[in-house]
Design a protein around this ligand. Sequence first.
Ligand code: ADP
Length: 281
Amino acid sequence: ENPLGVHLRAMAIGGGHVAVEAVDVTESHRLARVRRDFVANVSHELKTPIGALQLLAEALLDATEPAGAAAPDLSEDLVAARRFAERIQHESTRLGRLVQELLELTRLQGAEPQPPPEPVAVDWVVAEVVDRTRTSAAARRIEVEVTGERGLTVYGSDTQLATAVSNLVENAINYSGEDTTVRIATRADDEHVEIAVTDQGIGIAPTDVDRIFERFYRADQARSRDTGGTGLGLAIVKHIASNHGGRVEVASTLGGGSTFTLRLPARPPDDLLATLPPAGI
Ligand code: ADP
């Protein structure tokens, strides 16, 4: 944020004179904050009714469950009702995830104060991510392999970094075929620590590759929808990377798999998380 609330611009106007223009940016910052707060509040308010929908759908499924093998066949109406209840459950789960990720994104954009940076063991982040993604990897018979340097340290928030890497690994799993391998590789030089996630999946077309970090952008609508994705995962990764003074890069060929690399500073920041970019939603 600009503490003065003004941007100064100097220009030579000839005759040895200089004009200085002062632009009030307080208002645009205020508007950005109002927008973020609004999204955060709406998302928060949506959580309760979505939770209720999920519970109601579950209750409906329980109530119409066939009572074992001896029970008479379900009527056609009841079968249809169960199908609708399943659909409601599926969609409300998806909506719940969308709201949770929107909240996460507004939080990262500075709607809430950021935690002060702390040393984070990369080994911990990787172990945490492997643990979190175990079920979805197993469901698709995908092996998550860990290679590279151990004992590395980065600086920032352990929970944010685990969220970023697990978003990358979840994507790697979602956009890969069964019986493939996802690799998490760590390395470092004097300047940077890198955590790279490589998959043998569907890859990304050159026309999409520049846009996938935008909110709600999805390369292949049909396939993406099948994964239950929200289109916010990579926007979150990008924000976490920049909050940590780093960046996320992608190398991919359509049909040939992808590598997403999170590159973070190897040195402790002065006060990294206090210098958040003022971003609107
Ligand atoms: P989503 O919830 O749709 O996965 P993301 O923001 O995480 O949203 O990703 C945006 C889009 O980028 C996805 O919809 C998909 O088209 C593409 N994508 C992301 N990760 C991969 C990957 N590992 N392989 C192929 N495509 C990917």
